[in-house]
Design a protein around this ligand. Structure first.
Ligand code: AMP
Ligand code: MG
Length: 393
């Protein structure tokens, strides 16, 4: 058996970052920036008023001071003159602060009669001016790789960047295998269950940034599997689910081998999810996951998401781990790294009692995988453990 990190390294070797494409800003959310992008301008491009009020000289600001209003600066329409001693310019939020002025007296602190204003309250320390370039300066960059958030999209727009270079979404073909499976919504026979893994994994990989294709379920026959592989040929990554063990009906390795897969079959020292297959099928990377629903999803989080992230241009690295204290004691662990379904509480992280790898209900209640190293001794409440968050992609 090999370790999880050895297996992951082998998988990373199968894949490379995708090509770069340019997308308009409206399609950029959630995409991964492939090259650094630089601001095309300063923001704000001029000293701008942060409030509605009057632009004056700071040295003249005091209670009862009197000024003559000589002009107006509105957003999009500045005032071209020079503010002289004793003068004020009516100004609005976002408008350029005119030459000669360096203080905005907010309108609440002013009494206006005709063209004359008097300061009625001693103004506070803020001059209410947003300095030119105070948000960002021309040439400042957003660095790649980076998954673009809504705030990033707003920032790019503000930088006058209308389209961005992103890494192409890897297309992942997902193949369920098994005579017992039908698609959700179909009427299952008495011995049948609903294929869940492809749907859960598709959701997981989409939120990691991939495009996914759920292919028709392959039956436990060589012909059906061959057809499925043919359909998957144009994908960037093929993922099969089930049929990867050593049972009589586990044909994935045989059929993939016949189809020319340079193949490696691993027994990984992990729970759940011991068997894993990996290789290249007609040049396309292929990963075979175990069929048990929780095993498939745990392998998705531990193996597929990091692989997809590499394809998106991120550094090859395992799912990030954090430390948390235990809210409940744990018994000793066996020889395999155990990814326990668990939930965060105010007292720490608590593993569910039911850890069978078929229990999707428990997985759906979990927000955390609690990781037990091989041969970890029994642990007490308050001991520190490593976790992977399931509630973020
Ligand atoms: P296998 O690896 O094919 O022996 O499958 C192991 C277990 O997982 C069996 O109970 C299968 O019925 C179940 N299983 C396999 N594929 C799926 C799937 N796509 N959705 C839900 N259960 C599955
Ligand atoms: Mg099967």
């Amino acid at each position: 058996m090999i370790s999880v990190s050895e297996a992951l390294d082998t998988l990373f070797e199968l894949v490379a970052p995708g090509a770069i494409e340019t997308v308009p800003l409206q399609a950029a959310h959630g995409r991964v920036l492939a090259q650094d992008v630089a601001a095309q301008r300063n923001q704000p491009p001029f000293d701008a008023s942060a409030m509605d009020g009057y632009a004056v000289k700071a040295t003249e600001v005091e209670k009862d001071a009197l000024f003559q209003v000589v002009g107006e600066s509105a957003a999009g329409h500045g005032w071209a003159g020079d503010v002289k001693p004793g003068q004020a310019v009516r100004i609005f939020t976002g408008a350029p602060v005119p030459e000669g002025a360096d203080f905005i007296v907010i309108q609440e602190n002013v009494d206006r009669r005709g063209d004359l204003i008097t300061i009625t309250e001693t103004p506070g320390p803020s001059h209410y001016i947003r300095p030119a370039g105070g948000d960002f300066k021309i040439g400042e960059t957003i660095t790649a790789p980076r998954r673009l958030s809504p705030a990033d999209v707003a920032l790019l727009a503000s930088m006058n960047v209308a389209s961005v270079p992103v890494t192409q979404k890897p297309v992942v073909a997902l193949i369920s295998t098994g005579d017992e499976l039908v698609m959700p919504g179909e009427a299952p026979g008495p011995d049948q269950i609903i294929a869940s893994n492809t749907f859960g994994l598709a959701a997981m990989l989409q939120s990691a940034g991939a495009d996914t294709r759920i292919l028709p379920i392959a039956r436990d026959t060589e012909l059906s599997l061959r057809q499925a592989f043919k359909l998957a040929g144009s994908a960037d990554l093929i993922v099969t689910i089930g049929g990867a063990s050593v049972g009589d009906h586990d044909l994935v390795a045989d059929v993939a081998g016949e189809a020319g897969m340079e193949q490696a079959f691993y027994k990984i020292a992990m729970r759940p999810g011991k068997p894993l297959m990996a290789g290249r099928l007609g040049g396309v990377p292929m990963i075979g996951l175990p069929g048990n629903p929780v095993s498939a999803m745990v392998c998705g989080a531990v193996f597929l998401v990091p692989v997809v992230r590499k394809m998106l241009g991120f550094e090859a690295s395992p799912a990030p781990r954090q430390k948390m204290s235990l809210a409940k004691p744990l018994g000793s662990n066996g020889p395999r790294e155990h990814y326990m379904r668990a939930i965060k509480t105010s007292e720490g992280v608590a593993a569910f009692d039911a850890q069978d790898s078929s229990l999707l209900g428990v997985l759906a209640q979990s927000d955390t995988l609690l990781i037990r190293p091989p041969h970890d001794p029994a642990r007490e409440t308050g001991d520190m453990v490593e976790i992977i968050h399931l509630d973020q992609s």
